[in-house]
Ligand binder design. Sequence first.
Ligand code: COA
Length: 119
Amino acid sequence: MTSPVAVTIRLMAGDDLDTVRVIEDAAYGTEAWTCRTFEDELVNGFSSYVVAELSNGQLAGFAGVWFMRDQLHIVTVAVDPQLQRLGIASRLLRAASKWGWRQRCRSQYWRSGSRTLES
Ligand SMILES: CC(C)(COP(=O)(O)OP(=O)(O)OC[C@H]1O[C@@H](n2cnc3c(N)ncnc32)[C@H](O)[C@@H]1OP(=O)(O)O)[C@@H](O)C(=O)NCCC(=O)NCCS
């Protein structure tokens, strides 16, 4: 990783979706989710989405998780291709893990596997 960049992690809002979709398209190409998918995720009651914001207000990336009983499922993470390898996804996932712990999640699941969460 090159030097970490300063970002603020905050909850995603409906106003972020235009920029989120631009990052999603750039990161995932033909696999990208539609705007409707993100709108549904923000209101389904078991998801939490966070964004990473640079000091100038630019959105650099986002992550989304589902809370399923005591399990935190990482659903998606994406970072603007111009800003990758700067530690932003790591910051997003650390924030998601902390949030999951506060929601009483004690294990974390990725498509590729799971691990026990630490407080
Ligand atoms: C995967 C992704 C979110 C990583 O974002 P990022 O901000 O660049 O990640 P970080 O800088 O926090 O990297 C943390 C570590 O992840 C690994 N990593 C990140 N990008 C990687 C890549 N393209 N190839 C291999 N390892 C990678 C590395 O171990 C890296 O540490 P290092 O830079 O010290 O080697 C970003 O590349 C992306 O948006 N990709 C397209 C979407 C995607 O594949 N999402 C994940 C599947 S849901």
